[in-house]
Design a protein around this ligand. Sequence first.
Ligand SMILES: Cc1ncc(COP(=O)(O)O)c(C=O)c1O
Length: 374
Amino acid sequence: MDVLRAANEREAQGHSVIHLEVGQPGTPAPAAVLDAARRALAADRIGYTDALGIAPLREAIAGHYRDRYGITTEPAEIVVTTGSSAAFQLAFLAAFEPGDRVALAAPGYPAYRNILSALGLEPVLIEVGENAHYQPNPELLAEAGDLAGLIVASPANPTGTMIGAAELARLAAYCRDRDIRLVSDEIYHGITYETAPQTARAFSLGDRSGPIVINSFSKYYSMTGWRLGWMVVPPDLARSVECLAQNFYISPPALSQLAALPVFGCRVELDGHVARYRANRDMLIATLREAGLSRFAPAEGAFYLYADVSALTQDSSAFCRQLLAETGVAVTPGRDFDPIHGDSWIRFSFAGSTADIEEACHRLSDWLPSAGQK
Ligand SMILES: Cc1ncc(COP(=O)(O)O)c(C=O)c1O
């Protein structure tokens, strides 16, 4: 956030800034969503909805599990939320008790551990380096002591790495055998470059206390500001989640729900964005390699490249400030994602336009070769 503030200040002073720090698509919502929003505004009262979300959207989400993963889910399991951010609060409050220890990867999305701490839960960081493909596995979990929960994200932020289907099955079985609640953040599903991801819902095996799946319309569906997400909740938590949602939010945003109804039919437009992310990713990797940076987490999905800058700095925050001041390229220091090793990593977001990534690449290839000597 400090980098974002500095970038915005620089921009306000009239300097050109290329935003590779923000984790959101550069595109608006799909055309059919915008049309549906206009129609809803003209015809609907836009009042509160059912706390679990409007029935046609929950049915559409259930249909998405059938079409995309070949899995039958009941609309009763689907809870529409105010972005996945609200879903985390609902999930953690419903599944855990104060003081519970919940494991998560470092590096990882910082809000997980901040929300856990705010709710009186103990985040247990699992160091996941290159050898672990930057993802938790049963062997690493076995060293973490007693756990009430495990949060995974595949593809992950900031690394873009994925957990393969067999490995996810192994993690789900490990958790089931030890009463560890698996929370699977699937927000970057749809934005993948090598293999299609599996959903943790595939491994619930009719279990009453199976995994909690969290997803969102923010990333693949290009709807960040509409604040809409969903969760697939196991039977033992369904009622708690509903009561919490009613009390916290009354309902997710009505206009966004009505607008999102056609979104699962927008794959051609949305896959076009993914093709652009792929081109951006390839251009960025080639530029960084040529400029002497060659160690990255494998960006198999999402729109981030997590790069090791230990050859250039041991203070990635200062490095990002200097990069912004001297080139106008804003990137995120790794410390946000990893309090252990983040000082020697930075995250590039390549979710913007290809023209922006091209310009950033020009500036980076001029600047990086000299950065080590500064
Ligand atoms: C891994 C991950 N999960 C969840 C979120 C939150 O997204 P939203 O609340 O918009 O669904 C983000 C946002 O960057 C993210 O990177």
